[in-house]
Design a protein around this ligand. Structure first.
Ligand code: IVH
Length: 676
């Protein structure tokens, strides 16, 4: 039994751990400025969990350890919103926005009126209710009047504070509304992993966020990469007199708020904002489907009121649709590297979001059946979060006579082997590992950007090299140097392009072991699982000899992954390819890097351009990676720094356009020396 003093001491320790963990959650998930290494965070969390286990009377709901709590629900409770969750009237062109502005000003008796422009996040609206500063209830919009209570699920989103960040005590109710959404990259990664697992993939980030919030098991929700942006605040203790001030208060209270909101004094400024984002939407890491324009003054908002389900003080100014109707001419099949047979829609070409689309993915048999698709149908094609367009619906009333339901292929379209669909999976597989489509797919996967990143070794060249017999396995990539004269003799090749390819192949030998493991294409081992594996079994010999139970003991590795890894390393073809990769000099163990917590490169994505004076690109890359950074080859909105050497390429221009921080060689060397 703890004495009064020890438990007072324990309580103080628990409080201080909670405060520190809350601060680091906020820094990591809201500000994207982590201040400590993951290991340090994990250590504090473990200490907190263990103290709370020993002193259950000190456990509280708003503890950072209690993000994922509670049993799976049988059904969601219904909650009635304190004030209805309205939706926005839409406008699609400048004229309609001018109409809105005229209406607003005339209703306000021509008082001066300012607007706030925000991005219209393409996600799911939720309401969060805080009592005495603590999150007590979260709900979906539902029909606007009442929605589902999804508190358990919302608590798992680490950018949402369980407790408001404020020094003063807030006694009354505070309601925050905002959008739950998913970043495109996270969505893609998640879908890739799901595809590998043979699970159903989601159509776009919005569907995926919506589907996730409807799950009854918060443990699964916690594994999904959900984000949140707050855009509405209500509460006597905290509310200010204008919307833009409310957004600032939301930031202070610990919420992530979209960083691109802007005050607009005139309707012309609103239109400029809309035009800017219509042009730049692809540079954001998440989807938006327009902008939202809101009257800034809350007094004026109140005066304007609402009609039916929409306020008169705000309007959605949407972008041109990225959906189109076209004809589904046929359904064909593509065979992937692990033998997955994916149906593909062959479409009457249609112009959509800046490109002509003639093919779209259909995922799997169930997806086709759910849509009720038939060749010849008029379909809706959508460009969502992914660059790959999707067929998202059928216009049944336009169905032609004589069309027939679609039957999935029975045989592999490439090698003719009978297809097999495991009972608990959505995919069909061709089980012939020598099927040419699989051979090409495995090599493509090995060389692609997320894996060994061999620039110049793309799909078309791999196809050609496989057909010529130069590549039978990915290990042959490292033997291509023996075929210099035959490659130069091929059409489209010359000394320079061959040398570039060889340099890229050589450069790939520096990729870390986890990437090599991912590149080898073990079924169910995506990039994330590969990292988990190497963190626990840091060299190839440990991995090859790991027993099933050793593998399964790794947190995050279930029986399916463990069996697949074990099976992979029992196969003699795989072992011989592995031996050849080892001989070629690829990384076969993980360097144990200890990164100082203040490293300027922790979790930062860096792009190099131009030539550096004092060190080679490889050396610079290695140093950045050793300090916890990541090197990528092209500049995007996810890039943190662009390191600029002499004669920089177009990457510098792009960085400037996107407002990404550039580092000169001197800046870089200074950053390095501050680490030593
Ligand atoms: S304000 C009454 N702001 O758009 C105003 N909504 O039809 C209520 N949305 O259900 C919403 N981004 O899901 C607002 N910056 C933003 C938004 C936003 C996305 C969504 C929200 C809402 C729908 C309106």
């Amino acid at each position: 039994m703890a004495t009064a003093t020890t438990s007072a001491g324990v309580k103080r320790r628990i409080d201080s751990l909670r405060t520190a963990l809350r601060k680091h959650d906020h820094r990591y998930y809201v500000l994207a400025e982590p201040a400590i290494a993951d290991e340090e965070y994990d250590r504090m969390m473990r200490e907190l969990v263990s103290l709370e286990k020993d002193y259950p009377e000190l456990l509280t709901d708003d503890s950072p350890s209690q993000r994922v709590a509670g049993e799976p629900l049988k059904e969601f409770r219904t909650v009635v919103h304190a004030t209805p969750m309205l939706s926005l009237a839409n406008s699609y062109n400048e004229e309609e926005v001018h109409d809105f502005d005229r209406r607003v000003r005339s209703l306000l008796g021509n008082e001066p009126c300012g607007y706030v422009c925000e991005l219209k996040f393409d996600g799911v609206a939720v309401s969060l209710v805080y009592e005495r500063g603590k999150l007590v209830r979260a709900a979906t919009r539902g029909d606007g009047t009442q929605g589902d209570e999804i508190t358990q699920n919302i608590r798992t989103i680490r950018s949402i504070p369980l407790q408001l960040r404020t020094a003063k005590k807030i006694l009354g109710t505070v309601e925050v509304r905002g959008e739950v959404f998913m970043h495109r990259d996270d969505f893609r990664r998640m879908n890739e992993e799901r595809e590998l697992e043979g699970e159903k993939t989601f159509i776009n980030p919005r569907n995926s966020a919506a589907g996730t919030l409807k799950l009854q098991d918060a443990k699964i929700v916690a594994q999904r990469p959900l984000n949140f942006y707050a855009y509405f605040l209500r509460g006597e203790d905290v509310q200010r007199s204008s919307h833009h001030e409310n957004l600032k208060t939301l930031t202070k209270l610990g919420f992530p708020v979209g960083e691109h909101s802007q005050l607009a004094k005139s309707v012309e400024a609103v239109v400029d904002y809309w035009k800017h984002w219509e042009d730049h939407r692809e540079e954001l890491p998440y989807d938006i489907d327009g902008v939202v324009v809101k009257v800034d003054s809350l007094r004026q908002q109140k005066k304007l009121g609402a009609v039916a389900k929409s306020p008169r003080w705000a309007i959605a100014f949407k972008f041109a649709s990225r959906k189109a109707e076209t004809i589904l001419k046929d359904i064909t099949f593509q065979v992937g590297r692990v033998g997955t047979v994916t149906p593909v829609a062959e479409l009457q070409p249609v112009f959509l979001g800046g490109t002509t689309v003639s093919r779209a993915t259909l995922h799997n048999e169930d997806y086709i059946h759910e849509l009720g698709l038939r060749p010849g149908d008029t379909v809706i094609v959508e460009k969502g979060g992914d660059v790959i367009p999707k067929v998202s619906g059928v216009v049944k009333k336009k169905r032609v006579d004589g069309s027939r339901p679609f039957a999935f292929a029975k045989k592999c379209p490439v090698c003719g082997t009978s297809l097999f669909r495991p009972e608990d999976e959505a995919n069909y597989y061709c089980e012939n590992s020598l099927c040419p489509a699989q051979v090409k797919g495995r090599i493509e996967h090995f060389a692609h950007r997320g894996a060994m990143d061999i620039e110049g070794l793309g799909e078309a060249i791999i196809d050609q090299f496989v057909e010529l017999g130069y590549l039978k396995s990915y290990a042959d990539i490292y033997k291509l140097k023996n075929r210099r004269s035959s490659i130069i003799a091929l059409e489209g090749w010359g000394e320079k392009s061959v040398q570039n390819l060889y340099d890229a192949v050589e450069g790939s030998k520096k990729r870390p072991f986890s990437r090599v493991l991912f590149a080898m294409g073990i079924r169910h081992v995506g990039a994330g699982v590969a990292q988990l594996l190497v963190r626990n079994l840091p060299n190839i010999d440990r991995l090859v000899t790991a027993t099933l139970s050793e593998l399964q003991n790794i947190q995050g590795v279930g029986p399916r992954i463990a069996e697949s890894v074990e099976r992979f390393f029992k196969d003699r073809h795989n072992l011989s390819a592995l031996e050849r990769l080892r001989k070629a000099g690829l990384q076969m163990s993980e360097r144990q890097v200890r990164v100082a917590s203040g490293s300027p490169f922790i979790d930062k994505t860096v792009v190099l351009t131009g030539t550096l004076d004092s060190l080679s690109r490889e050396e610079a890359s290695q140093k950045i990676e050793a300090l916890g950074g990541k090197i990528t080859s092209s500049v995007s909105s996810n890039t943190d720094y662009v390191l600029v050497g002499a004669e920089p390429g177009s990457k510098l221009e792009k960085a400037r356009k996107l407002g990404i921080r550039t580092l000169s060689e001197r800046d870089f060397l200074e950053m390095l020396s501050s680490e030593e």
